[in-house]
Design a protein. Structure first.
Length: 329
């Protein structure tokens, strides 16, 4: 059984049972606590001096006092940090600065965020106050590489906290991500919360809308700039766009539905055919549908073989004549 990470204040049932038995018996075999490493991590159990194969419990009173001291130390450090911030900003606050929209205590309607750290901090701050829902559009590009892994790790805790408060999370992905581990891993961890995911052939750029009050979207191509939006009209537009895409999308989590085929033509082939007729290059088609160029070319070759095409120009003509773009799933 895989042990779920948690804080000592959320001591799991298995850990509590093993710790209670150790208190009653005085010591237990180390193997008995193998599935609950939290007990040794939190200092509730420690190896016996005369036999490292046995674990002895720290008394609840001693453990509680130690943990409270550590908590008090963290609180004290935060207070010292607050004092340093007040001291640093004191001279700036005393300056006679003309007030313009967005410089007061109310959040600005539009704010440009620079750098991954500032962007993540702004999203986390917005999620702390969230109680209702997070809507996300996540294209393929945002999930790959080291930056994608860091983003997932950062998002997991704040997303789970929203679910624990009774909120829900809905996410739109591309069809090409329906079986990607980087997508299903986090979704599987959220099974105890109200989480849904659906997919489409194409999705817009990344978007996060929190409680229908604040939204975050990219402000450049490499993800180092983001726009924080709090204007009600823009938020309404983003939510309306999301809801319309959501109704068109195919469920993928928690209950997956296979994207329907029409007369043997898969949704992916139909999407590629539509882009081919529009005259797009292989690279553009791959980017639009969230796949690599080699995969896109493989699908194009299969489509050409199915329609009996010998050239790119003929393929477009045969697609139009075949009527596959007129078939609605």
């Amino acid at each position: 059984m895989k042990h779920r990470e948690h804080g000592v204040e959320e001591l799991c049932a298995a850990g509590e049972e093993v710790y209670g038995r150790a208190l009653r018996e005085g010591r237990i075999p180390a193997d008995d606590a193998a599935d609950v490493p939290c007990l040794t991590d939190f200092g509730l159990l420690h190896p016996a001096l005369d036999d490292i194969g046995l674990l002895e419990p720290v008394t609840p009173t001693a453990a509680l006092h130690r943990l409270l001291r550590a908590s008090a130390a963290r609180v004290a450090e935060e207070r010292r940090r607050e004092d340093r911030l007040v001291e640093r900003f004191g001279p700036l606050l005393r300056m006679d600065v003309p007030q313009t929209p967005g410089t007061g205590t109310e959040p600005a309607m539009l704010r440009l965020l620079s750098g991954t750290e500032q962007i993540n901090r702004a999203i986390t701050d917005a999620m702390v106050d969230a109680t209702e829902e997070s809507l996300t559009i996540q294209p393929h590009a945002g999930l790959t590489g080291r930056r994608g892994a860091v983003a997932r790790d950062t998002a997991f805790g704040r997303d789970q906290a929203l679910l624990d408060r009774g909120g829900r999370i809905r996410t739109l992905y591309q069809h090409t991500l329906r079986h990607v581990p980087e997508v299903y891993g986090p979704l599987e961890h959220f099974r105890r919360g109200d989480t849904e995911a659906r997919s489409l052939d194409e999705v817009p750029d990344r978007l996060i809308v929190i409680d229908r009050k604040v939204a975050f979207l990219p402000a450049d191509d490499d993800g180092t700039l983001a726009l924080e939006v709090r204007h009600p009209a823009l938020i309404k537009y983003f939510v309306t766009t999301f809801e319309r895409l959501w109704r068109l999308a195919t469920p993928m989590f928690p209950e997956a539905v296979r994207p329907p085929s029409v007369n043997g033509v898969t949704p992916r082939q139909r999407a590629i055919a539509a882009l081919l007729v529009e005259g797009h290059t292989d690279a553009v088609i791959a980017d639009r549908l969230g796949m690599n160029v080699r995969t896109a070319r493989l699908h194009i070759a299969k489509l050409a073989a199915a329609l009996g095409s010998d050239s790119r120009a003929q393929l477009g003509y045969l697609i139009a004549r075949s009527g596959i773009l007129d078939q609605e799933p």
